[in-house]
Design a protein around this ligand. Structure first.
Ligand code: 1CP
Length: 369
């Protein structure tokens, strides 16, 4: 299927908001919106393994569309995982029931040279993601934009060294302190792979990109400045440069450095980083984030995912508070991290509709003044 002649986009609210334009209401999507909290996704998982879904464009497309059919969301995010990059570099990744992803971890810094395939053909390895994106972009029929994504180099490195999620990330942080040279070598390899991967996602049809640095909060400001930020900046600028060179339109880019409040001022320097949107976790106040961003980027977030356990009236009120505090301009509503599997579709519906309802009302008030 051709990656050109896509259906005309009818709801571009999120793209407008990302670029700082005023919108009639605040756009909203949910991190991990296609996942196990949906009965139809659990049903799909009974018949297919996680990576089979990722690797089969028709199934990845189907999973991506599930939340779009149910809720009034303003964006779709392609069904995939950040760990497809380590896989493409030759590291085995398994999805283990009730554990999550388990990788064949790098046991020593020497293994960066011996086990990480730095010359791997990323576009060939990950062609299934591009095919899924092109198919999904057509299947969305222009209803909402399609977001492509990748893991940030430090977060990917953390999984490659730890082998799975960790409470302390002490193994990977040991590398940063004891083996900075090999750490930078690995981060460089990952950065190159991510730039190629994101550029090709846009070529295939992604209309917006997000980089997930979910483990950023484990780094303090000094280590973030050395081991994460420079690579995030290389990605922001590298993807833009590639797109320009190919004559492709640039797309809005979002960075999510979870728990890295200390870096918010630097991450909000759009001219330097290349990111139009900074996504926030729930532990920072809107007012503080707005002051640090200083009008330079759009903010995304940041309701505590656990607010979805509230009753529906309380949830509606919490959303109202969030939209009132962030304001309706330069804001994309989301959770402060991914939704959990035991949350209900009903609460997602309430969340999404409350964002639209309250932001429309707030905009109406403003217009009538
Ligand atoms: O068994 C299953 O069905 C696996 C559950 C699952 C799903 C649905 C995993 C395993 N990944 C995904 C999809 C996924 N992962 C998406 C799809 C699109 C959507 O949002 O709807 C996205 C964007 C991701 C990104 C991802 N994967 C991140 C970054 C975002 C975040 O949550 O911080 C991370 C850290 C991962 C790793 C990962 N993959 C899966 C799990 C359970 C985890 C986290 C493990 C851990 O806690 O360390």
């Amino acid at each position: 299927m051709a990656s050109t002649d896509f259906p005309k986009l009818t709801n571009d609210l999120i793209l407008q908001a990302a670029l700082g334009e005023k919108t009639s209401h605040v756009p909203v999507w949910v991190m991990r919106q296609a996942g196990r909290y949906l009965p139809e996704f659990r049903n799909l998982r009974q018949h297919h393994s996680f990576f089979d879904i990722c690797r089969t464009p028709e199934l990845a497309c189907e999973a991506t569309l599930m939340p779009i059919r149910r809720f009034d969301l303003d964006a779709a995010i392609i069904f995939s995982d950040i760990l497809v990059i380590p896989q493409a570099l030759g590291i085995d990744v398994k999805m283990v029931e009730s554990v999550g992803p388990v990788l064949e971890a790098l046991k020593s810094p020497a293994e960066v040279k011996s086990r990480v395939k730095a010359d791997s053909d990323i576009d060939q390895e990950l062609d299934y993601v591009y095919k899924a994106i092109t198919l999904t972009r057509h299947s969305l029929q222009g209803k909402v934009p399609l977001i492509g994504f990748a893991g940030a180099p430090f977060t990917l490195m953390a999984y490659m060294v730890e082998g799975q999620g960790s409470k302390t990330l002490s193994k990977v942080k040991k590398w940063l302190y004891q083996n900075p040279v090999e750490s930078h070598q690995l981060l460089d390899i990952l950065t190159g792979a991510v730039i190629t991967f994101l550029t090709s996602q846009v070529r295939a049809g992604a209309q917006m990109l997000q980089v997930f640095d979910s483990n950023a909060g484990f780094l303090g400001p000094t280590q973030f400045d050395e081991f994460s930020l420079p690579y995030l900046i290389k990605i922001g600028n590298g993807v833009r440069e590639n797109l320009r060179k190919e004559g492709l339109s640039e797309v809005p880019m979002t960075v999510f450095a979870k728990d890295a409040h200390y870096a918010l001022e630097k991450l909000s320097d759009r001219q330097h980083t290349g990111y139009d949107v900074v996504s926030l976790d729930w532990t920072i106040e809107a007012e503080v984030a707005r002051a640090k961003a200083a009008g330079r980027v759009t903010l995304q977030g940041n309701l505590d995912p656990c607010a979805l356990y509230s009753n529906q009236d309380d949830l509606d009120y919490l959303v109202e508070q969030m939209v009132t505090q962030f304001g309706t301009h330069r804001f994309i509503a989301n959770l402060g991290h991914g939704i959990y599997p035991d949350m209900t579709p009903e609460s997602v519906n309430t969340f999404v509709n409350a964002v639209h309802k309250h932001s429309r009302r707030l905009n109406g008030h403003k217009n009538s003044v």
